[in-house]
Ligand binder design. Structure first.
Ligand code: FAD
Length: 580
């Protein structure tokens, strides 16, 4: 249909990209965007950096204006216009002009819901007090920036990526910052032992971080300061509170119109981003999408997926005759590829984490930990990358990866993300041909190394043990009440002479002396061949070194000398991560 009337509700990431793509595919469609805020197509991802004065001019946050949409794309943008109802039978929407209060009916041939997500406000007394903020929009960021002049100490409630970015930017503005997280780790998209690096990094940058901390109420004092009462009796007095405990899909229009809604409260869509009504599409934070690995429905409030979904919906709305080959596009699901910067540390992840694998009942997976340099050690400035790779123990398919470090992290996770999308295996990672020069990488890039370790493990010539394996095999010796304390359990286990494995540390004597696992014996790698007689052939030998590489060589020597041997994945570096 040449003159389709296409209405789009929400004019930022998903809505704006959908509108522009429709125009590129269909010059004669009528396209109108309704946005209840005063801005379209603004860079919400830049807002924390606007607060931190990294982005100084507000204009830089405006990716496109209504004028640009009109002049370049012939798209009409109605700002300060809230869509308040959908009449599916009549194919109309009710639009309220927020400046005049007037309402009008608008008819559509196709409707796109790109209404995004709203901040979750914890259900506690005092969240509506002055001095309590959430950051979603340009006006929010303006309000926070203005208030900063009178704030010395702020609390950030919530340790996801947005909470961390806010904490960093407030600190950069000279504030004392305390980060409160209700669960036992920051960045819930990571596994706990990987998130520990972030906690350490925050401490180094003088941000106080309190885990397992539930705020029960906020109270305003006479001097306008705010006291947060914490479950258990503790209290904290600050000048401002930033709420960043998550988002929920803004799906009320769809709910009222009785479109299918999923178990997480997002709009259910098919692989063309079409809702249960064939004339209505939905994209972005408001939809539920399938996880590429588990196939489960999830909410993934991320800018990249919102933009790609908008583009894909456009092709299907416009139809075969205009979109051509683009109509072959189907949505592949989301793999949660995300990245966060924190005082020079990059934290990135893709695919599924171990917690989610366990929760989904996916039991045929393996994992490796590794700590390679971002580039060769002989070139100045090499920095470690702490990586965890999860893969299918049946066929080697890559399931997920997490990485942290000061340099080269996002590049490795992006490579792994592309491999995951192509349903590649760890054997493919071994063969990946990646850029190399001394300042950029190594002849065996961290991505290759992850694949090599995993592939060797699957081939049986590099058996791996992991720290939880030690913990789990001895769980019966620990009182129930102590099971939470991993380091306490670990030392109990390792003191146990009946432990299933003999722990052999193959680092040098000096390294061993500095710190070692209780009950480990020290046989430096270079002495190992001469000292094989000292090792038990009755029990498995579990080998440790600094990061796993020397232990790999030791594993090969021992295996070929008839020992039952495993390498404790990631060595002392990973042991420390589990302990901390
Ligand atoms: P949005 O971009 O939120 O747009 C939805 C729009 O719909 C809103 O402007 C809203 O006003 C409008 N709307 C809602 N209901 C109505 C209605 N009834 N009528 C009219 N208009 C309506 N993601 C990343 O991947 N990386 C990042 O670094 C990152 N940083 C972020 C930092 C911040 C501070 C925030 C807030 C988000 C960040 N995100 C980041 C998330 C990312 O911005 C979102 O995933 C993305 O914007 C979602 O796009 P969307 O189109 O679904 O929703």
């Amino acid at each position: 249909m040449a003159n389709k009337r296409i209405l789009i509700v929400g004019g930022v990431a998903g809505g704006a990209s959908c509108a522009a793509r429709i125009r590129r595919l269909c010059e004669h469609c009528e396209i109108i965007i309704y946005e209840m805020g005063s801005y379209v197509s603004f860079a919400n991802c830049g807002l924390p950096y606007f607060i931190g004065d990294v982005i100084v001019e507000e204009d830089k946050l405006l990716v496109a204006t209504p004028e640009l949409f009109k002049n370049r794309f012939n798209i009409q943008v109605c700002t300060d216009s809230e869509v308040t109802r959908i009449d599916r039978a009549g194919k109309t929407i009710v639009v309220t002009d927020l400046s005049s209060g007037k309402t009008r009916l608008e008819a559509y041939d196709a409707l796109v819901l790109a209404t995004g997500a709203a901040a979750v406000w914890p259900n506690i007394e005092g969240v509506d007090l002055p001095g309590v903020y959430a950051l979603r929009t340009i006006p929010d960021s303006r309000k926070i920036r203005t208030a900063l002049d009178n704030i010395q100490h702020a609390v950030v409630m919530g340790g996801g990526y947005l909470g961390l970015e806010l904490a960093e930017n407030l600190k950069k503005r000279g504030l004392d910052v305390t980060l409160l997280q209700s669960s036992d780790q920051l960045m819930p998209m990571l596994d706990k032992e990987m998130a520990g690096y972030i906690e350490k990094h925050l401490q180094q940058h003088e941000i106080s971080c309190r885990l397992n901390c539930q705020v029960s109420s906020i109270q305003q004092n006479r001097d306008q300061s705010l006291t947060l009462h914490i479950t258990g009796g503790d209290a904290l007095t600050v000048d401002a509170v930033m709420i960043s405990v998550g988002v929920k899909p803004r799906a009320h229009l769809a709910i009222d119109a009785e479109l299918e809604i999923g178990e997480h409260g997002g709009i259910r869509v098919n692989e063309h981003m079409q809702t249960s009504d064939p004339a209505i599409w939905a994209v972005g934070d408001v939809v539920e999408v399938r996880h590429v690995i588990t196939g489960e429905w999830h909410l993934f409030p991320l800018a990249g997926p919102a933009n790609r979904q908008g583009r894909l919906a456009a092709a299907h709305i416009v139809g075969q005759e205009h979109a051509g080959a683009a109509t072959g596009m189907t949505y592949r699901g989301v793999q949660g590829t995300s990245v966060c910067g924190l005082f020079g540390l990059t934290v990135a992840t893709t695919g599924v984490n171990e917690k989610r694998l366990k929760a989904s009942g996916f039991d045929h997976y393996e994992k490796v930990y590794l700590h390679p340099g971002n580039h060769v050690g002989y070139y100045p400035g090499a920095k470690p990358i702490h990586m965890k790779l999860l893969y299918d123990s049946h066929d080697g398919r890559i399931l997920g990866a997490q990485a942290l470090g000061e340099s080269g992290v996002a590049r490795r996770i992006d490579v792994l993300s592309a491999f995951i999308q192509m349903q590649a295996t760890v054997y493919d990672l071994e063969e990946a041909e990646l850029c190399y020069a001394p300042q950029f990488g190594a002849t065996k890039d961290p991505v290759n190394l992850a694949g090599m370790i995993a592939a060797n493990q699957l081939r049986g010539n590099h058996p791996l043990a992991c720290w939880e394996e030690l913990l789990e095999s001895h769980v019966q010796v620990v009182d129930e009440g102590e099971q939470d304390n991993a380091s306490q359990m670990l030392s109990l286990i390792l003191d146990d002479p009946f432990s299933q494995a003999q722990i052999v540390d193959v680092r040098t004597a000096a390294e061993f002396q500095r710190k070692h696992v209780p009950n480990a014996i020290n046989v430096p790698l270079d002495d190992l061949r001469e000292r094989l007689g000292e090792l038990s052939r009755e029990r498995e030998v579990w080998v440790i070194c600094g990061v796993g590489q020397r232990a790999y060589n030791a594993t090969r020597i021992l295996q070929q000398n008839g020992f039952q041997v495993k390498n404790l994945s990631g060595g002392m570096q990973t042991y420390n991560a589990f302990q901390e």
